[in-house]
Design a protein around this ligand. Sequence first.
Ligand SMILES: CCCC/C=C/CC(=O)SCCNC(=O)CCNC(=O)[C@H](O)C(C)(C)COP(=O)(O)OP(=O)(O)OC[C@H]1O[C@@H](n2cnc3c(N)ncnc32)[C@H](O)[C@@H]1OP(=O)(O)O
Length: 358
Amino acid sequence: MRASQKDFESALSQVKLLKDPGNEVKLKLYALYKQATEGPCNTPKPGVFDLINKAKWDAWNALGSLPKETARQNYVDLVSGLSSSSDSSSQVKPEADRKQPGYETLVVTSEDSITKIMMNRPAKKNAMTTQMYNEIMLALKAASKDDSAITVLTGNGDYYSSGNDLSNFTDIPPEGIEEKAKSGAILLRDFVDCFIDFPKPLIAVVNGPAVGISVTILGLFDTVYASNRATFHTPFSHLGQSPEGCSSYTFPKIMGPAKAAEMLIFGKKLTAAEACAQGLVTEVFPDSTFQKEVWTRLKAYSKLPPNAMRISKQVIRNREKEKLHAINAEESRVLQERWLSDECTNAVMNFLTRKAKL
Ligand SMILES: CCCC/C=C/CC(=O)SCCNC(=O)CCNC(=O)[C@H](O)C(C)(C)COP(=O)(O)OP(=O)(O)OC[C@H]1O[C@@H](n2cnc3c(N)ncnc32)[C@H](O)[C@@H]1OP(=O)(O)O
């Protein structure tokens, strides 16, 4: 059911009575309020030294073209979630306190036996920089050893992730472009290996559109929940590139070779419903209730015996591991060559000079 203007006004009054929810939530509330009342952000971006207004602008701008009604609904849901959590437990620490330090491109939190790794470059659609790949690997390694039962990867803002940050290609070392392609292939291989080897249940909470490597690695997750706003796009041929993340093996296995070819060779973009029908996504939720429904479900799952879940995952996945590592190595080797091709160089330059988008 859509939130009415009255629900929205009542949420606006309720929010004043809440305990300080922390800066991150305050920014989310601000952005949703602006989007619900004024629509997409169209004011000039504040200067780099105007830190507070820039953070507010970034949060609002990250909502992109989210419709006003959806923003109003999300605002009402967020306030209702905050009210019930502050009613049910006065000991809940604000998110800012639970946040693990040391990450610049991620927000990593652990609560209710769930470690949540949130990609946090909303203004860049959570495009993955070299630093983000490295931080995700660190966060996964830490989560594999912490006392959480399950681990979640999600995105902040309107996108899940727009995939590889194409400006990674501009940072050429003095040794030249071949060396760049070589180190990129090593990074890719190490990154995907972490997903293949991750020992606990791994869940993707796909909050919005997903592109490139953020889609291909979904075949290595145990469960994928998606908002009905999410789309799944692997435009490798458009970019002069080839599949990675073990998708050349997992996608044909999940959806059959014909459907996999449409995505991986022809770059067909799937809606969340289509991705679910083809088995890539476990379940799709309406965007207005996505966070609430998914986290309620995950909190219940996280209370199941952790060792049993870990062992069940091993039984399901272990016999494929060796094969997946070999496929990852081969895909990385092929991509290393692709990155040196004119087709790839031209596609990346076209994006970076703003001549082409997906
Ligand atoms: C080492 C391991 C390598 C693994 C290889 C993986 C392969 C892949 O992942 S291939 C997929 C690569 N991704 C793309 O091609 C997406 C490119 N982005 C776009 O086409 C568009 O940005 C969009 C369709 C995702 C969104 O368009 P929209 O109009 O809504 O927003 P924008 O104004 O374009 O984006 C906002 C802001 O973010 C920057 N940005 C978004 N995505 C990327 C990206 N992938 N790489 C670099 N930058 C990105 C965009 O430039 C804007 O920045 P400014 O505000 O500074 O202009």
